[in-house]
Structures are given as C-alpha cells and as structure tokens.
Design a protein around this ligand. Structure first.
Ligand code: COA
Length: 160
C-alpha cells in the first residue's frame, strides 16, 4: 500500500473534503446521498486520509449516548456513530478504509468508548456488508427493506 496518513481534519482540508463529498453524490453509489457543505462538518469529529499531501478520503461521526437501542446495548452507553466513510475511487481496495476504521477504533478505545454504530445505504450491499461484517468484525443490527408494489395476478391456481 502506498503511504497514507490518517489524521484529524485541519481547516485547510475543507475544499478537498467538500469536493470528495460532491464526488460521492455524483458517483450515485448510495441511496439518497447528498453532498455536504462545509458547515455541515462542524458538528462532527472528522478524520481524513491523505496521500502525497492530498486528502483522498474521510471518516466522520459523533459520540452519542444510547437511548432506544436497548436491543443492542444498554441505555446510556456511549458509542460512536459513524456518519460517513468515503475513499476516492482511484484509491479503493487497497485497505485504506480498513486502516481508517482501525485508526478510529484505537482513538475511541483510548477515550473509553468501546462501541461503534453505523447505518449504510450503499447500493452494493453485499460488498459493503462483507467489508463491515467479515472484514471489520461488526455485527448485524437491523435492516430496512423495501419493495415497489405492482398490481399482479394473485390467483393461487398456478401454484397448486
Ligand atoms: C466502502 C469504501 C469506504 C471502502 O473503501 P476501501 O478503501 O476500498 O476499502 P478497503 O480496501 O479497506 O476494503 C475493500 C472492501 O470494501 C468493500 N467495498 C469497496 N468498494 C465498495 C463499493 N463501491 N461498494 C461497496 N463495498 C465496497 C468491499 O468489501 C471491499 O472488499 P474487496 O476489495 O475484497 O472487494 C469505499 O468503497 C467507498 O468510499 N465507497 C463509497 C462510499 C460508501 O459506500 N461508503 C460506506 C457507506 S457507510
């Protein structure tokens, strides 16, 4: 893997950060994804991946206290909710996202936070679940599925 530096966001990173978010929207790889403007990042802890002095990926989220997730953790547990993880397409499948997640995990553990949560709307859900579950060791929480309904023949005859 080429040399990649993982670090917290600095003010000068903002133009490249918003550019990456715009690229993600244009890539159209996640249902409903809309680019973030600079101010959006203010309320989050943002980390970036840098290659040759250029930001090529980002990861951000925030610490929350659990309220309505008692099925997966006791009430009032502190956890980090990952809002977004993005790596520039030309840098993918080289282990950068994996290293990024590990980097975040170590920071969180050093702060006494031992749980991370995320939701994904990535269209290639089989690949993304493979990444988070098989490669990152996350466990499955819940899924929301949808079906566009159409009028169809409901007779049972052909099935009997
Ligand atoms: C998902 C993503 C962050 C992975 O980054 P990466 O640096 O390529 O990840 P790694 O090299 O550490 O791991 C690669 C694994 O990520 C998954 N992955 C890579 N690209 C993917 C994509 N476009 N869609 C879904 N999963 C993808 C695969 O499981 C892949 O394993 P493989 O290379 O063996 O097929 C990157 O593809 C991306 O930014 N995708 C668009 C944004 C996105 O879907 N973010 C996650 C939403 S919460």
């Amino acid at each position: 893997m080429m040399h990649i530096k993982l670090r917290p966001l600095e003010t000068d990173d903002m133009p490249l950060l918003t550019k990456l978010s715009k690229n993600w929207e244009e890539e159209n790889s996640c249902y409903g994804y809309q680019r973030n403007e600079a101010a959006y990042f203010d309320k989050y802890r943002v980390f970036v991946a840098e290659s040759d002095g250029k930001v090529i990926g980002y990861l951000f989220g925030t610490v929350e206290q659990s309220k309505s997730m008692t099925a997966i953790m006791p009430a009032s547990t502190a956890y980090f909710e990952i809002e977004e993880l993005y790596i520039d397409p030309t840098f993918r499948s080289q282990g950068i996202a994996r290293a990024f997640m590990k980097y975040l995990e170590n920071i969180l553990l050093s702060e006494g936070i031992d749980k991370m949560v995320l939701s994904t709307a990535t269209k290639d859900y089989k690949r993304i679940l493979h990444f988070y579950i098989d490669e990152m060791g996350m466990s499955f929480g819940h899924a929301k599925l949808l079906k566009a309904l159409k009028h169809a023949d409901t007779s049972l005859e052909e099935h009997t």
